[in-house]
Write a protein that binds this ligand. Structure first.
Ligand code: FMN
Length: 419
């Protein structure tokens, strides 16, 4: 096996990997002075070249988003960090915040400089309070004491303040416009778009705002150090760099693994996770958090990048990968997932509020043994009617698994119903 490239997890096996001391000893905070001497637009150009795609779920090109913000004339501008990490099966941002918070903070300062942003918020899910939030706050305090945050950073004339904000545990607050509503002190209801957050009128307090995921920003020190072209060469076409895969399910070694963008699900399973557990054979793969359409074992040869999976009608999403074995009844798995969406729908849009509720009720009926064949068809039909009809993508994220679980594993559902 070729040597593994590690960008984000390179310090994780070092003692106190989260401390400033460890980060400095491994070459940390060397990209910051370099970036502060560059023209802000030159930083964005490097990010465009890097083919970095947002790691929060949608895979939007980060350089393009930053150019949208830069083109706006309205000030102030904001870069807001999405550390909500609510997608089921996803636990890689917490790994960054706990084990390499300084890499993320350095990337965040560089990003703010590139966007001419002087005040930034890291919006964390409330459940992160004791571990990730504490580590992130500690890193911010250490960086401030060193002069990396505050007034006139490293003599550059650039001022920046960073605030960590804790959410209250709602999945919907990970959707970027609901997150902005929540930050502004209101209930986390997604906003109608356009205007998009990057444009005047659509962002934080109506200012142009880039909302970016934690992992997205943690890549900045490497992009500045080694250049956008190098970063792009690490991944695959139009998908630069590595990605943190949060792997769970019936594998020998679940965990967070860093692998090049585009690695196949089979290689991720065998080369990184030690294969399936003793006695387990692969039956299904959830490729990018529970909102992604499910894959069969035969489809494990697919590449994991954003474009391949979109073409295959599923998604790379948040990088949460679940490998399921032959003992998994897919109807039970779907019923479990759907209880989550029914609980977390904000209720603003009728197709989502009613749709997730009915999907959950019907699936619970099916797995309790009281279902009929018609209930399976109804689940499929309701999910189709929820697609692309709502203000945000939560409804699509519930519909995609519902539709695909039935289409690819119908026998598991049929076996549970009468008649
Ligand atoms: C229901 C819902 C939940 C989301 N949850 C998260 C989340 O927890 N973390 C995240 O980074 N993005 C989440 N997203 C995606 C964000 O809306 C947004 O695309 C992302 O923060 C942009 O950052 P990126 O371009 O760096 O990926 C969610 C989207 C939806 C529709």
């Amino acid at each position: 096996m070729a040597e593994r490239i590690k960008i984000l997890s390179k310090d994780w096996d070092k003692p106190n990997s989260w401390s400033l001391e460890t980060y400095l000893a491994s070459g940390g905070y060397q990209s910051l002075p370099k970036a502060l001497k560059m023209q802000p637009q030159a930083i964005v150009d490097e990010v465009v070249k890097s083919n970095l795609r947002g790691r929060g779920g949608a895979g939007f090109p980060t350089g393009m988003k930053w150019n949208f913000v830069r083109k706006e004339t309205m000030t102030p501008k904001y870069l807001v960090i999405n550390a909500d990490e609510g997608e089921p099966a996803t636990f890689k941002d917490r790994a960054i915040l706990e084990w390499s918070p300084h890499m993320f903070i350095e990337g965040l300062i560089i990003g703010c400089f590139a966007l001419d942003c002087h005040l930034t918020y890291v919006y964390c899910r409330g459940e992160f309070r004791d571990g990730p939030i504490a580590r992130c706050q500690q890193a911010i305090d250490e960086a401030r004491a060193k002069g990396y945050i505050g007034k006139n950073i490293l003599g550059s004339g650039f001022d920046l303040d960073i605030h960590v904000v804790s959410g209250a545990g709602a999945y919907i607050c990970g959707e970027e416009t609901a997150l902005l509503e929540s930050l502004e002190g209101r209930k986390g209801y997604p906003r109608l778009k356009p205007p998009f957050p990057a444009n005047a009128g659509g962002g934080l307090w109506k200012s142009p705002t880039a909302v970016n995921n934690v992992e997205t920003l943690a890549n900045m020190p490497a992009i500045i150090e080694k250049g956008g072209e190098w970063f792009s060469s690490v991944g695959c076409a139009k998908n630069g760099g590595t990605r943190l895969f949060a792997v769970s399910g019936h594998v020998k070694k679940p965990g967070v693994y860093e692998a090049p963008m585009g690695i196949t699900f089979l290689d991720l399973l065998n080369d990184y996770c030690g294969g399936m557990r003793e006695g387990s054979t692969l039956k299904a793969i959830i490729p990018g958090g529970s909102s992604a359409a499910v894959m069969t074992a035969e489809e494990a040869v697919w590449a994991s990048d954003f474009d391949t999976l979109k073409a295959k009608k599923t998604m790379a999403g948040s990088g949460g990968v679940v490998y399921l074995d032959q003992n998994t009844n897919m109807a039970h798995a779907l019923a479990n997932v759907m209880r989550f969406y029914a609980h977390e729908s904000c209720g603003q849009c009728t197709p989502c509020r009613e749709g997730t509720g009915w999907l959950s009720k019907l699936l619970d009926k099916i797995v309790s043994g009281k279902g009929e064949k018609q209930d399976i068809d109804n689940v499929h039909q309701i999910s189709r009617q929820m697609e692309q009809k709502t203000i945000c993508a939560l409804a699509d994220g519930a519909a995609m698994p519902a539709k695909s679980f039935i289409e690819k594993f119908r026998a598991d559902f049929d076996a549970l119903v009468k008649g």
